[in-house]
Design a protein around this ligand. Structure first.
Ligand SMILES: [Zn+2]
Length: 390
């Protein structure tokens, strides 16, 4: 397989995508544009708008070329997070301006740039004229940065009902740290939020014996949670981590002992835990911390995903080899970082994640070096060649 014939292709696709204002849940023309260029390349495209009460309607795109196996799916999202304070940007966030070899704009790294690299690689591959020994699909949602209800989960369900089976999935989220090729994600930690209330007795600050201030109780519970390590990490995972994200006491009066005190926390957890086990661990320590204090407490929990490790040996090797071929680097296989739609896909097929660098994602002045776009396109071309044995 030859090197990319037109590396400019990925760059111009990235620019065209970035110029679509597709802040979740707005499609902004991004899916229309992808549908157009993929249809021209022979893909069969399906627009999949989904809705559910209480969430915004979201449009999605599924495009497939070929019907035989192996079936390689590239999954990603064209929605982006809001720009924040537009005046803080060096260049307008939807202009896709290039200056000194850097592409600027919202979504450059997360993850329109990554999608553009894969589309560019596929188009170059098809142009080579060699037959495709299998099929390629794109599963592109407009609901990754939002509630993630009317996107990937419903698309996967739709595919299953049609009897379409994906053999391997590559999620194009930005995984690299500083260089293209330094990190592949092969799983993700789980995430659980908790809301703690410690209830005391309200009263006058001058008569504390008639009240029971819940603040020392709240602090005791939080220190108990912070005071003990949950684990030391496992072969592929960082240690499980507890973080308080908010403390609040709804009281403006300076002479009142408040009735209750609240804290919000998040736990990112590895493959030693699930949500229920964590909840039991927390309750045991909260009860001990508040023993004989007269405080009541309650904790509400929301588990937004369990941890997972992909069973994707061959595809990890194929991608690693393509990376080493073109960069000389051996990628680290990691489970660090936040959650992504891979948490849904892993229930259907082996999934790995690889894309651009994540240094500026969700920030003001999100940006990507043009050289990274070219490098990632070349890696994807090598990956396609190896995957389809060309
Ligand atoms: Zn993303």
């Amino acid at each position: 397989m030859s090197m990319t014939q037109n590396p400019q292709n990925s760059l111009s696709i990235a620019q065209n995508l970035i110029r679509c204002v597709s802040v979740t849940p707005d499609e902004g023309g991004a899916l229309d544009y992808l549908e157009k260029i993929l249809s021209q390349a022979g893909f069969t495209c399906h627009r999949l708008p989904f809705s559910e009460e209480g969430t915004p309607d979201v449009d999605n795109l599924y495009a497939r070329l070929g019907t035989s196996s192996p079936h390689l799916c590239y999954a990603g999202h064209t929605d982006v997070v809001p720009v924040g304070n537009e005046a803080d940007w060096d260049f307008p966030p939807f202009d896709a301006h290039i200056e000194d070899g850097i592409l600027h704009g919202r979504g450059t790294a997360d993850m329109k740039g990554g999608i553009a690299c894969f589309v560019g690689a596929v188009l170059a591959d098809l142009k080579s004229g060699k037959p495709l020994n299998g099929s390629i699909s794109f599963l592109i949602t407009g609901d990754e940065e939002g509630p993630a209800i009317n996107g990937t989960p419903k698309m996967l369900d739709w595919l299953e009902k049609r009897g379409e089976k994906i053999d391997h999935c590559l999620v194009g989220e930005p995984t690299n740290v500083t260089e293209i090729g330094d990190m592949i994600k092969i799983g993700r930690r789980g995430s659980m939020n908790g809301w703690l209330i410690v209830k005391g007795k309200q009263g006058h600050v001058a008569y504390p014996h008639l009240a029971n201030n819940p603040v020392p109780g709240l602090l005791a519970v939080l220190l108990a949670f912070y005071g003990e390590r949950l684990d030391k990490g496992t072969e592929h995972f960082q240690p499980t981590n507890f973080e308080v994200t908010n403390i609040s006491i709804d009281n403006k009066a300076t002479n009142v002992i408040p009735a209750d005190a609240r804290a919000q926390f998040n736990i990112r957890f590895n493959d030693l835990w699930n949500g229920e086990q964590l909840q039991a661990w927390l309750h045991k320590r909260a009860k001990k911390a508040l023993k004989d204090t007269g405080f009541d407490y309650e904790i509400e929990f929301l588990v937004s995903g369990d941890s997972f490790l992909t069973d994707a040996g061959p595809i990890i090797k194929t991608l690693s080899a393509a990376i080493t071929d073109s960069t000389g680097m051996t990628p680290e296989l990691s489970t660090s970082g936040g959650t992504s739609d891979a948490r849904f896909i892993k229930n259907y097929c082996p999934v790995i994640e690889f894309g651009l660098c994540n240094r500026t994602i969700h920030q003001v002045n999100e940006q990507v070096p043009v050289a990274h776009i070219e490098q990632l396109t070349v890696i994807f071309e090598g990956f396609l060649g190896r995957y389809f044995l060309k």
